[in-house]
Design a protein around this ligand. Structure first.
Ligand code: ADP
Ligand code: ZN
Length: 525
């Protein structure tokens, strides 16, 4: 049954959320993870920030035995080990930065076969004791980070990387190599030196899906918006994603009433009934499935012509994955994502009320901010999306913002006020409090910190809270301020914001998202 996800798949997915706290794979990750779990030799080229480490950490946890990770970056190794330990994964590092105590701990864990990941610097391979140590340690996978360091002609050549080939031959286990920069020549060298010239399964794919048209819209009678979008595509297969189960039911009914073939789908339905809907969707050419995120995993229908989000997704990753279910046949597909203040509140609350530790909640907020930045992007939507995954690209000509560039205005004054509020409050507070300060709103927190005494208190009365929120969201989208995961998501100012604060640079903002709220009759969503 093609609709049934295979067990490895579900295992990896479960770990993705339970251990890493992510709701979706990033582009490319899932295919790489599957190949590494399956024990194939892999060369993966992903942009910096694309999420390489997950591609060996997750397989290391799924596979039996120990994964040895070779990396040249000691600080990074220590960070990763710490992060893994914090979520209960047995990991250790052997680096020159270790204390004796740390090293003893690693050896103890190794001898008890407890360790799942062992990080080591390439220099360690030069020591005579390393190979015997690893031979005893039930190694089942070697992961090589920054694999281009094996290239003698590159800038980052590390002679000890040449020893990795010997290690692989001696242990006779699969090897997964990762790098962000590999021109064809470097790739050739990696294959020669790490894989003995046997071409591994290579992942070098752009993340772009150019046939998918991207569009966002601020909610304004959302049911009407979705019905309109669906009616313009009558007779085509489509998915409408909703934030709640109840909404899938009511929206499916509204679509049926409007003459569409539509079915609701969510995790609360009988499995039997869900399989029916899946089967019907696979077979029919004009069914609309109105679903929660439970729908889609394992759906393999190439000709889904459109995807709409009746509510804002959880993260850029989820967004990408959900719209990515359309147009797999390469023919044009269209998407529409609705968002509004309620979504943002809903998602924030969802994060704040989750039982996750505070650092993870802060990271979730940061990811939500990235999605809001995408929602309120000023230039090519696709460029913004791809740059989040580390990829640079030209304006696409196939998104709403390329179709009709939004009206902008000079937001320098507003942004400067916001930035000075960030600084005056010592970069220790989130947007909510900063907006109270800007609008001169007396709250307990303002009183407690004497923020009514600040020169910025009440200097932003020209905008209401909603408008200031739009300013802050756009500032986050432009990466002028960022939530600090170490301070519960308090906003701090980034380097690029400095010229604006000092009056040496100006900034434009989108006018539409700052407009007064629509006051017409609002359809029930
Ligand atoms: P690099 O490819 O540069 O090694 P990392 O592995 O350090 O990148 O990942 C970059 C960032 O992306 C990290 O902050 C990581 O937590 C985040 N990340 C990785 N995978 C995902 C995912 N599936 N969903 C959300 N965030 C992710
Ligand atoms: Zn575009």
């Amino acid at each position: 049954d093609t609709l049934q996800a295979d067990p490895t798949h579900t295992g990896a997915h479960a770990l993705l959320s339970s251990v890493f706290g992510f709701d979706a794979f990033r582009p490319g990750q899932e295919e790489i993870v599957d190949a590494v779990i399956a024990g194939r030799n892999v060369l993966a080229i992903m942009p910096t920030g694309g999420g390489k480490s997950l591609c060996f950490q997750l397989p290391a946890m799924v596979r039996n035995g120990l994964t040895v990770v070779i990396s040249p970056l000691i600080a990074l190794m220590r960070d990763q080990v710490q992060a893994l330990k914090a979520v209960g994964v047995e990991a250790g590092a052997l680096t020159s930065g270790n204390t004796d105590e740390e090293t003893d701990e690693v050896f103890a864990a190794l001898s008890e076969n407890r360790l799942k990941l062992l990080y080591m610097a390439p220099e360690r391979l030069a020591s005579g004791g390393t190979l015997p140590l690893l031979r005893r340690a039930n190694v089942s996978l070697i992961a090589v980070d920054e694999a281009h360091c094996v290239s003698q002609w590159g800038h980052d050549f590390r002679p000890d990387y040449l020893r990795i080939g010997d290690l692989r031959r001696a242990l006779d286990v699969p090897l997964a190599a990762f790098t962000a920069t590999a021109d064809e020549e470097t790739r050739g060298e990696i294959i020669t030196r790490l894989f003995d010239g046997q071409t591994p399964e290579t992942f070098l794919r752009g993340f772009d899906r150019p046939n998918i048209h991207l569009a966002f819209a601020v909610k304004d009678q959302p049911r009407r918006q979705i019905l309109g979008f669906a009616s313009a595509r009558k007779g085509q297969s489509g998915i409408v994603y909703c934030g709640t189960r109840a909404k899938t039911e009511s929206l499916a009914k509204a679509l049926s009433d409007a003459g569409h073939l539509a079915q609701a789908y969510h995790g609360g339905m009988e499995p039997e009934r869900r399989r029916d809907v899946e089967r019907q969707f696979q077979q029919e050419d004009e069914l609309i499935v109105v679903a929660t995120v439970a729908f889609g995993m394992g759906i393999d229908k190439p000709d889904i012509r459109w995807v709409a989000h009746a509510d804002l997704p959880k993260s850029v990753e989820s967004y990408y994955q959900e719209i990515g279910r359309s147009g797999r046949d390469g023919a044009p597909a269209e998407t529409l994502t609705l968002f509004g203040p309620d979504d943002i509140r809903f998602r924030r609350t969802q994060i704040d009320e989750s039982p996750a530790p505070s650092e993870r909640r802060a990271a979730d907020h940061a990811r939500l901010n990235a999605l809001l930045g995408l929602a309120e992007a000023q230039t090519c939507r696709r460029q913004t999306l791809l740059s989040y995954f580390g990829e640079t690209s030209a304006p696409c000509g196939n998104c709403d913002l390329c179709d009709s560039p939004p009206a902008l205005f000079d937001g320098t004054v507003a942004v400067r006020k916001a930035l000075s509020a960030v600084l005056r409050c010592d970069e220790g507070f989130g947007a909510g409090h900063l907006i109270d300060v800007l609008t001169g709103t007396m709250t307990d927190k303002v009183r407690q910190w004497n923020h009514d005494q600040l020169s910025v208190f009440g200097v932003g009365k020209e905008y209401d809270k909603r408008q200031w929120n739009a300013v802050f969201r756009q500032m986050m989208g432009a990466d002028l301020v960022r939530p600090n995961p170490d301070r519960f998501g308090a906003l701090f100012m980034t380097e690029p914001a400095m010229p604006i604060l000092k009056g040496e640079a100006s900034i434009t903002l989108r006018r539409d998202t700052l407009a007064k709220a629509h006051k017409g009759p609002v359809a029930k969503a």
